[in-house]
Design a protein around this ligand. Structure first.
Ligand code: PEP
Length: 255
């Protein structure tokens, strides 16, 4: 059972770090980062690097890993796609759905994201629902509406059991890969909205206990202020997780 109280440090490697690069990263990172039992560390390599990743972290059971995206079906004629059921064979235990790059580049809509979350759960993989607004939506005062629509739309096809187990990542689109980080109070405000929506759809108890990550230009220089912001239970890090030294500094925060 996932410990909801431990801070969660998650790395999204996106389309970086092919199979031939994983071993060097892990060997450097593990010399810099000693296991800690008061936090959860999860890395999302590209799918082709999952098996090399599993081999590279043998003996470091503290380093968990997951898949960045899966197909909505379990198997079938879907060239180039990977299902959650297949991923579970790699020992990956986490899965993202709804990352803003999937939404904008591949057209993943809220209902599709919900189906993916369900497939991950059915395969024994912990699903993370990514949500976040664009700068236009924020400036138009639509933060609440966007987060509510994304969460409601994704939770719609899911059973009560799955809804209760979700982890959320709030990632403002304007902060992803841009160097423009949300302020701690921006993050707290959005996380409070996520909790409010979860309370309305699931219940108060789940909303209080749920893990919500902040993502968007997190780096060694700002990790402390973000991870200690009210309502922030962890971080999802893209660019700064590709360097073993900066990822180690981030994962050491609060030790
Ligand atoms: C991400 O891709 O989830 C992300 C937050 O990226 P970055 O840290 O580079 O903004």
């Amino acid at each position: 059972m996932r410990d909801r109280k431990r801070p969660l440090f998650a790395a999204n490697w996106k389309m970086y770090m092919g199979p031939h690069e994983v071993e060097a990263f892990i060997s450097k990172y593990t010399t810099l980062f000693a296991p800690r039992d008061d936090a959860t560390i999860v890395i999302f390599p590209p799918s082709i690097s999952l098996v090399p990743f599993a081999l590279a972290v043998e003996g470091r059971s503290d380093l968990e890993f997951g898949i960045q995206d899966v197909h909505t079906e379990v198997q079938g004629a879907h060239t180039g796609a990977i299902s959650a059921a297949m991923v579970s064979g790699t020992q990956a235990t986490w899965g993202l759905a709804g990352h803003s790059e999937r939404r904008s580049e591949f057209g993943d809509g809220d209902a599709m994201v919900g189906t993916k979350l369900g497939r991950l759960f059915d395969a024994g993989i912990q699903p993370i629902l990514c949500v976040g607004e664009t700068i236009e939506e924020r400036e138009a005062g639509r933060l609440f509406n966007v987060l509510e629509r994304q969460i409601r739309g994704a939770l719609e096809p899911l059973s009560e059991d799955v809804r209760r187990e979700l982890v959320y990542a709030y990632e403002p689109v304007w902060a992803i890969g841009t160097g423009h980080t949300a302020t701690p109070s921006d993050a707290s405000e959005a996380h409070a909205i996520v909790r409010e929506v979860v309370a309305a759809i699931v219940d108060e108890e789940n909303a209080k206990a749920v893990t919500i990550l902040y993502g968007g230009s997190v780096k060694p220089e700002n990790i402390k202020e973000l991870i200690t912001a009210a309502g922030v239970d962890g971080v999802l890090v893209g660019g700064a997780s590709l360097d073993p030294a900066s990822w180690a500094v981030i994962c050491d925060c609060g030790r």
